[in-house]
Design a protein around this ligand. Structure first.
Ligand code: XUL
Length: 529
């Protein structure tokens, strides 16, 4: 019999399913339901509920539950062999939180298959909506928690990240301050990931170390709730949080609700869910230290993997638990594609092909010319105001400016990932701009590492399916090697390898010093923490 594993991805805008046939190394099914389209009655726009305050971004946990019902109904309709699925895991958008009252555990244990999930769950919420990762209304709470924990460096050292407005701890603190009674009525706080796992398993599910690290509440090294972080956030918080668990922990057999309603196997296991970024790390095959993925999209993202936990003293990068049991980093550079586009357009260059050709007419290192392309405020390095700075670079020279922006972006990635103390030994490039070979050559040269292209759609859902497979084998008493689990599912595009040019790499070893000096010169003095 085929070994089928299901990965679900509850993202901001949609719920997706990926089913893998483990022995055949094949994705055999995929489906996505867009919330705005299939559940318009919730009134979401791009998955978010309208709110008069533009800083407040909430969604509805009932919407996510209803989508789960719909997705299983779709799979049944599509003739998916649901009864053959051995284990299910999932991915949730990180940081979002769900607030449950004392009735929740009892209701989850007795979900009635004659009713819909929404009909079952009506009375279990102590807060009807869920703040999600796009919310940025907790600046005050971030400052309060950070201060109690001893500043940026200490907060990052304790929890893996500085306090961020979207992180769950500051969100919980705001809820406690603004709605103290509803906070008191809250018996259990879930993340999107653990809420969805709770529905599937019919009981309050643990939070895994990957998603737990996105809360500013978990001791990143010991992987337990950190008492100081809890105390800095809200009273009696420990009682309201589920236990933390390794990413391969089985929550339990799938709830009879799904067995009776959709024909799942009563022995199918529900694995702990994780965040979308930790799941993507597996879905992109980053399963050992030194493997890095760089996504060149609207913003550019650096996903790293490391064995030993290091944290960023500047509090710009994040450390989460990796589903492999190691650590992963997420470093987000806001000025990505849009900044590249701004330069391309400013010089009247027609398309990316021409941009690449212009870049290639200039020498690596650009004769020492440096551009700091902060068209928008920047996350890394932290910068509240936009600013374009040129050093030894002629603004009129189109080709030099094309090279300068790409070199700056790659040198910034190299510089601001140094705190990990892990040099990449295998880079996978993904996202729109990874099609552009001249950009990838600069990446390879600056990082002094070979680069391969990877094209994986639904990496979070695939990662969840692979985690389900891994967890199922662990439960069966095996310790499958991650290399074996992901093999064939996460392979890079054949013949896409780009090797660094040793001479160019030497140029960048020197130039990075100058780049760092230019950044220091252009940045405002660091804020007092
Ligand atoms: C990560 C983050 C987002 C969300 C949604 O810190 O906020 O990537 O996980 O994808």
């Amino acid at each position: 019999m085929a070994k089928l594993f299901l990965g679900l991805d509850s993202s901001t805008q949609s719920l997706s399913a990926v089913i893998i046939d483990y022995d055949r190394r094949k994705v055999v099914y995929g489906k996505s339901l867009n919330f705005d389209r299939v559940l318009p009655q919730y009134g979401t726009q791009n998955g978010v509920l309208p709110h008069p305050d533009p800083l407040v971004k909430h969604s509805s946990p009932l919407l996510w539950a209803e989508a789960l019902d719909l997705l299983f109904a779709e799979m049944k309709k599509d003739g998916v062999a649901l009864g053959e699925i051995l284990a299910i895991s999932g991915s949730g958008h990180q940081h979002g939180s769900v607030y449950l009252n004392a009735r929740a555990a009892g209701t989850l244990a007795k979900l009635d298959p004659q009713k819909t999930l929404v009909e079952n769950l009506g009375g279990i919420f102590s807060r009807p909506t869920s703040p999600i990762w796009m919310d940025s209304s907790t600046a005050v709470e971030c400052a309060e928690i950070r201060k109690k924990l001893g500043g940026i460096k200490a907060t990052a050292e304790i929890t893996g990240s500085d306090t961020f407005e979207r992180f769950t701890g500051p969100q919980i603190r705001k809820f406690y301050k603004t709605e103290p009674e509803a906070y008191t009525q809250t018996a259990s706080i879930a993340l999107v990931s653990s809420f969805m796992a709770s529905l599937l398993a019919g009981k309050i599910a643990p939070i895994d170390h990957g998603d737990g690290a996105g809360m500013n509440l978990m001791d990143i090294r010991r992987k337990v709730w950190h008492p100081d972080a809890l105390a800095a956030t809200a009273p009696d918080l420990k009682q309201k949080l589920p236990p933390l668990a390794e990413s391969w922990k089985v929550v339990g057999a799938v709830s009879p609700y799904f067995v009776k309603k959709f024909g799942l196997n009563p022995e199918a296991e529900t694995l702990v869910w994780s965040g979308d970024n930790p799941c993507s790390v597996v879905g992109l095959g980053l399963i050992r230290e030194g493997m890095v993925a760089i996504s060149l999209g609207t913003s550019d993202t650096y996903f790293g993997s490391m064995k030993k936990c290091q944290t960023d003293a500047h509090g710009e990068g994040h450390v989460f638990g990796s589903p492999t049991g190691d650590y992963m980093t997420l470093i987000c550079f806001k000025n990505g594609s849009l900044a590249r586009e701004k330069i391309r357009d400013a010089y009247g260059i027609k398309d990316w092909k021409k941009f690449g050709e212009a870049l290639a007419t200039t020498p690596p290192g650009n004769n020492g010319g440096i551009l700091l392309p902060w068209f928008e405020s920047e996350i890394v390095p932290r910068l509240n105001r936009p600013g374009i700075h040129r050093f030894d670079l002629d603004e009129k020279d189109a080709a030099a400016n094309c090279r300068a922006i790409v070199e700056a972006q790659m040198m910034s990635m190299r510089l601001h990932s140094q705190w990990m103390k892990v040099a990449p030994d295998r880079i996978f490039a993904t996202g729109g701009a990874s099609q552009d070979l001249s950009i990838l050559q600069v990446m390879a040269d600056v990082m002094n590492c070979h680069v391969e292209r990877i094209e994986i759609s639904k990496s979070a859902a695939l990662g969840a399916a692979l985690r389900a497979a891994h967890g199922w084998f662990v439960q069966a008493g095996e310790r499958p090697k991650w290399e074996k689990v992901v093999a064939g599912f996460t392979d890079p595009v054949p013949n896409s390898e780009i090797r660094p040019d040793p001479k160019a790499a030497k140029v960048y070893d020197q130039l990075i010093e100058k780049y760092a000096r230019c950044e220091r010169e252009a940045l405002p003095p660091p804020a007092k923490t």
